[in-house]
Design a protein around this ligand. Structure first.
Ligand code: CA
Ligand code: CA
Length: 225
């Protein structure tokens, strides 16, 4: 009789473990200032207090005024499994003149220069706030603002570009997750990069110190051609 109870319990345990295993999300924390390539007038800065690891990126400018439209940061994000992904940014956006970026993530998105095309599919309307806060990357369409998600058919290197739309919008860190359902930062389990995250971000790509960008771009092309 005892075995008659234990055996189903074992099966139930295995089943529950399976469910837990399936629900484990991919989570990658990136420092904005450790992007593989940062093109001016997007720059690394350290004047705004309380940024993760003391630094962030932006196109310097005054709040409440116009300006922007040039410069970007490129991140090679090595995703460990195919599937749908969401992005969160740790940001400061002072006001309505300093609260947007252009975002493309290839190969889910096309190789499109959103600064040139002004395609609203790639326009991120950044949640405003004068202190660092998390904001899920959305697209701010002419008909409304909706959370974005990206679908990748295979694991490997992907290319995330955050490009300046309005100056004075600040980006401190990025959180990558397969949890596309969470609409609030705490639900998404967001975190700022740890020392370990920064180490992975730097060393995970340091295959060839010379011409690192060329190496990674070359491999990106190979993976997705
Ligand atoms: Ca501005
Ligand atoms: Ca930072």
């Amino acid at each position: 009789m005892r075995y008659g109870i234990i055996f189903p319990l074992l099966i139930l345990t295995a089943f529950l473990c399976g469910i837990v295993g399936l629900r484990a999300e991919v989570e990658i924390a990136l420092e904005a200032e450790l992007a593989q390539e940062i093109v001016e007038p997007m720059i690394i800065d350290d004047e705004e207090k309380d940024a993760s690891d003391g630094k962030y990126i932006w196109m310097a400018g005054a709040a409440a005024t116009g300006g922007g439209g040039a410069g970007h940061a490129d991140f090679i994000v090595n995703i460990p499994e195919p599937g749908k992904y969401a992005l969160w940014g740790h940001v400061i956006a002072w006001d309505g003149n300093s609260d947007s970026f252009w975002v493309t993530w290839q190969p889910a998105d096309p190789d499109e220069n959103a600064q040139a095309t002004q395609n609203t599919e790639f326009r991120w309307g950044v949640g405003q706030g004068a202190a660092w806060h998390w904001d899920r990357i959305n697209h701010w369409l002419d008909g409304g603002t909706f959370d974005r998600e990206w679908k990748f058919n295979k694991a490997g290197e992907t290319l995330l570009r955050i490009a300046v739309r309005e100056d004075a919008t600040m980006l401190d860190a990025i959180f990558v997750t397969t949890n596309v359902k969470a609409t609030a930062a705490d639900q998404a389990n967001v975190r700022l990069p740890t020392d370990k995250d920064r180490k992975i971000q730097i060393e995970g790509l340091a295959v060839d110190a010379k011409g690192k960008a060329a190496t990674t771009w070359g491999s990106l092309k190979r993976v997705y051609q």
